[in-house]
Design a protein around this ligand. Sequence first.
Ligand code: FE
Ligand code: FE
Ligand code: ZN
Ligand code: FE
Length: 167
Amino acid sequence: MKIESMRDLFFEQIQDLYDAEQRLTKALPKMAEASSSPELRGAFESHLSETKGQVTRLERIFEELGESPKTTTCDAMKGLIKEGDSMASDIDKSPLRDAGLIAAANRVEHYEIAAYGSVRAFAHILGMDWAVSLLDQTLNEEKAADQKLTRIAENLINEEARQFVHR
Ligand code: FE
Ligand code: FE
Ligand code: ZN
Ligand code: FE
């Protein structure tokens, strides 16, 4: 897509996020299933339901823009999800795998925090206050998800994963 204005750039980035979030609605159930800790599984499940709401928010933005929802392939999210899949396939179900899943999932959340921060700034420049507030809600969910994963890693999993240090 040829990008010639801030509105074009905003629209393109929303399409990229729409692709990324849809990929996550398919990846998060697998991450939950792959978890050995019930707390981690629960964190993935609750972020899955938030992610579905984030998809809906993006659809509202398309609607307000008078555009039909469409995607631009998010190559970055494809790669990040592939790294998460590798953790599940390369490590037996254990606290060690949980530590790997969290390392992958934190990368996903950081990518999303960067992306939503940018589109929110673009929406602000474009004077689209309604979009700023929708994007802010998602941005806060992504930050909270990142912090929750980090807390789980610190409290529980990295502790238990120490038994694997000398294997
Ligand atoms: Fe998300
Ligand atoms: Fe992307
Ligand atoms: Zn997201
Ligand atoms: Fe997220």
